[in-house]
Design a protein around this ligand. Structure first.
Ligand code: BGC
Length: 486
């Protein structure tokens, strides 16, 4: 039998039963999760979802299950010009988006990227929001939009308790952001205050959007059966249309509402301790938010490179890699970028890429090392894909049972660099979902800029509903004040 797993047909140039191969296996095998284990993870997540939806249990739930107050997906009649802001990954973007009803198209008219310097991600609140307001101001001026007050969709991809479509309280920062003093505050007020401080332009109505919701909505314009949005990028998360009768925190029994699951927080109550390896624990411990977003830290792009680095470091310390040379390189946090994993796993060019990357990192490698490094990358990315699959299957199975269907047919809008760029990720994820949710036929639709165009779409749908039912805003407000138990 091969040394570690079928993927070791990557052919380690050492005998499968050699002591070094077996020791390598000892470190790598805890990351290989069987289907039974994934089923077990899925049933734990299902309990988490129910707890998060519960009237009396949501306060202590690790999976937040946040109501988004998005009750409708696009119906094709939306139109107009919008501004969109996108904060949540590595950069901040401002976009001018036009929704064309006649062609059922969302067109990006123009956009601008503003770098958010690393120290700003953890610096003073006012500095961050002044930066956002200044990028927006420059963009509005460059587009000659000054004087027009366009509606604005703000994709803010962090867990927020949405009080109204334009009131969104940050629960906590994730993904490298940690500006003190924002948690517990309304992000729209912080933005409006910053715009007011500048005083040279104004903004219209604001709709706050999580990137998962934007992704679902942008795909929903093309495919009206899109009822799940999923992101696997710097962070990970999903949203889906839940039956109102199950959303115990919000008044009303009829119809559906999009729930932002914030599944990245799964495990924050210790429920994933058995599958966390020493490397996961280390990544968590040395992060800026220990104990927070445990599931995300096993899956998303911000952390995968670090998990690989720590595994390589351990293997070299045990003299199983790089001739056991004491390498300072591998002790440098973030030196092994997540994009290296994708490059090393490329089918044709992967081994050459591995040789190039190891040389660039100044590591003294031989051919056996190259293959072990590829195996480590494969193990870490494949675990990520399988864990995501378990989580997605949990949602799909829940939606099927909610609706009392023998078979659920649905579409998932997906985005994120890990899903898009990794050579095998999407295939492994889809294959595993089919095994874990055999009664669900899921179509995967890669979103075209859900965080930009999708935000405009959420704003457009909110506007459509307001035009159709002018009292809707009022209705939403009264729903909000009826939030059960708050
Ligand atoms: C955030 C989510 C977001 C996800 C993907 C997570 O860290 O908590 O709100 O959807 O990243 O960007």
């Amino acid at each position: 039998p091969p040394c570690l797993s079928p993927s070791l047909s990557l052919s380690l140039p050492v005998s499968p039963s050699s002591p070094s191969c077996l020791t390598t296996s000892l470190h790598v095998s805890p990351l290989r999760l069987s289907l039974d284990k994934l089923r077990d993870v899925s049933s734990r997540l299902h309990k988490g979802l129910v707890q998060g939806l519960g009237k009396h249990s949501h306060h202590r739930a690790a999976v937040k299950m946040l109501p988004t107050f998005v009750r409708a997906t696009p119906d094709g009649t939306e139109k107009g010009d919008f501004l969109a802001l996108d904060l949540g990954g590595t950069n901040f973007r401002v976009l001018h988006v036009r929704v064309l009803q006649a062609e059922q198209k969302v067109v990006k008219m123009d956009s601008q990227i503003c770098v958010v310097p690393k120290d700003m991600m953890t610096g003073a609140t006012q500095q961050l929001f002044d930066h956002i307001a200044s990028c927006l101001g420059d963009f509005i001026a460059s587009q000659e939009l000054k004087g027009q007050t366009l509606p604005l969709g703000f994709t803010f991809s962090f867990p927020c308790e949405q009080k109204e479509i334009d009131k969104s309280i940050l629960i906590r920062w994730t993904k490298g952001f940690n500006c003190p003093g924002v948690e517990g505050r309304d992000v729209v007020t912080l933005l409006r205050d910053a715009v007011r401080r500048r005083g040279d332009y104004d903004i219209g109505s604001v709709a706050m959007v999580n990137d998962t919701v934007g992704t679902m909505m942008s795909c929903g314009y093309k495919d009206q059966s899109c009822e799940i949005g999923m992101i696997i990028g710097t962070g990970t998360n999903a949203c889906y249309m839940e039956e109102m009768k199950n959303v115990k925190r919000v008044e009303g029994e009829d119809g559906r509402m999009c729930i932002n699951t914030e599944w990245g927080g799964f495990g924050d109550d210790g429920s994933l301790r058995d599958i966390q390896t020493e490397f996961d624990q280390m990544v968590d411990k040395t992060s800026i938010n220990p104990g927070v977003h445990i599931f995300e830290k096993m899956i998303s792009g911000m952390y995968l490179g670090e998990i690989v680095r720590l595994l390589l470091l351990r293997l070299s310390e045990e003299k199983l890699l790089f001739k056991g040379q004491k390498s300072e390189v591998l002790q440098t946090p973030e030196i092994f970028q997540t994009k290296f994993i994708s490059e090393i796993e490329e089918e044709d060019t992967g081994l050459d890429n591995a040789r190039r990357i190891l040389t660039q990192l100044d590591l003294q490698w031989d051919e056996a090392d190259v293959r072990v490094v590829r195996l480590v990358c494969d193990t870490v990315s494949s675990r990520s894909a399988r864990l995501c699959a378990a989580a997605l299957a949990t949602i799909a199975n829940k939606m099927r049972l909610n609706r009392g269907l023998d078979r659920l047919q649905t579409t998932v809008g997906v985005d994120g660099t890990v899903y898009r760029k990794h050579p095998n990720f999407s295939e492994e994820l889809q294959l595993t979902v089919r095994l874990l949710a055999p009664e669900c036929s899921i179509t995967f639709l890669v979103s075209e800029d859900g965080s930009g165009k999708g935000a405009a779409m959420v704003t457009a749908v909110a506007q459509r509903l307001c035009v159709l039912f002018p009292c809707l805003h009022f209705l939403i407000k009264s729903y909000m004040s009826d939030l059960k138990n708050e």
